[in-house]
Design a binder for this molecule. Structure first.
Ligand code: ATP
Length: 312
């Protein structure tokens, strides 16, 4: 493992299991489609993203700040140079730097619409294309997109929400012992990061191994007809628009099974996947927040789950 003494270890993050699971699934399947983390300040969102990159040797986090201009993000074509010299000159932007890495967008809901469009297009196609006055340049831009937002500061447009494979909610711990542990661990880390990292070395190593094995297992997983049928029923039952949700539900369920050291998807994987894939894609009832959405999904999937348990 690379030595990055200033990074808080992933396995030292207290609780926040859904966020951690959503992030790990994107390491198991880097083509899954990213994760949107919604929630309040100071709940280890940025700590977890940096820690995720630290888990995987060679993986970097590229930060896209809210203040970034479109040129900075997509890169620039020097058109004057093209006219003068008859040659393209491209100055790569953040999307180029993000290729093969994690692109982290804090407060994605506050980002300029044009930039969000550009980065979601690149995320979907794995290519960034810049065009200026008839000259164009493309380069590969495959990255794991991780966005964070505080819903109190404004929502993302539904068509942009749908582009994120997963969405997870984070909130501060409500348990006294957990809150104490958060403080204890942070103080210990700040006091002696290297010693703190040594304490978690074995757990980190075990988790990395688990992810690498899950990647191998995932490559052998085939969606069964039964699974496809069940997923189609979930999509209809939850009234999601289009088919992106079904496809993502399938991929997420398979990544979950692989992460859980299985080569077969079980109904419980489907339900767990649905709770991350569906909440941001369902039409909300008035005044309904995401947490209620998750409860509604559980309820709505109850008998389907029963049916699936009998069938599998
Ligand atoms: N569950 C947790 N486990 C360990 N440390 C935590 C946890 N929650 C918060 N912290 C600590 O709280 C501090 C704030 O975390 P972080 O900066 O990651 O928050 P954030 O969610 O990214 O917030 P913001 O939206 O303000 O950037 C860090 O020092 C982090 O280590």
């Amino acid at each position: 493992m690379d030595v990055k003494p200033d990074v808080f270890p992933f396995t030292a993050i207290v609780g926040q299991d859904t966020m951690k699971k959503g992030l790990l699934l994107n390491l198991v399947d880097p083509r899954l489609g990213g994760v949107l983390i919604r929630g309040e300040k100071g709940t280890a969102k940025s700590t977890a993203v940096r820690a995720l990159a630290d888990l995987m040797p060679g993986l970097q986090v590229v930060n896209l700040p809210v203040s970034a201009t479109e040129d900075r993000v997509v890169g620039t074509l020097d058109i004057e140079h093209a006219i003068r010299e008859g040659q393209k000159r491209f100055e790569p932007g953040l999307l180029a730097a993000a290729h093969g890495n994690i692109l982290y967008v804090d407060e994605i809901n506050l980002l300029d619409d044009a930039i969000v469009d550009a980065l979601l297009d690149a995320a979907a196609m794995g290519v960034n294309t810049v065009e200026r006055e008839g000259v164009s340049h493309s380069h590969p831009a495959r990255f794991i997109l991780i966005g964070t937002m505080n819903p109190e500061e404004g929502e993302l447009r539904p068509q942009l929400l749908d582009r994120f494979a997963l969405s997870v909610e984070v909130a501060g711990e409500r348990d006294v012992a957990c809150r104490m542990e958060v403080v204890k661990r942070r103080l210990a880390f700040d006091k002696d990061p290297e010693e703190f990292r040594r304490r978690f070395y074995q757990e980190q190593f075990t988790l990395l191994e688990r992810i690498l094995q899950a990647r191998e297992r995932l490559a052998q997983l085939e969606p069964s007809e039964q699974l496809l049928e069940w997923i189609a029923k979930v999509g209809i039952r939850l009234e999601v628009d289009g088919h992106r949700a079904d496809i993502t539900l399938m991929k997420t369920s398979m990544a979950l099974a692989a992460l859980n050291e299985r080569t077969q998807v079980l109904p419980q994987d489907l339900v767990e996947a649905a709770l991350m894939v569906m909440p941001h894609r369902m039409r909300k009832k008035p005044f309904e927040d995401n947490e209620l959405g998750v409860e509604r999904i559980r309820e709505m999937l109850g008998d389907l789950l029963q049916e699936a348990s009998n069938a599998f």
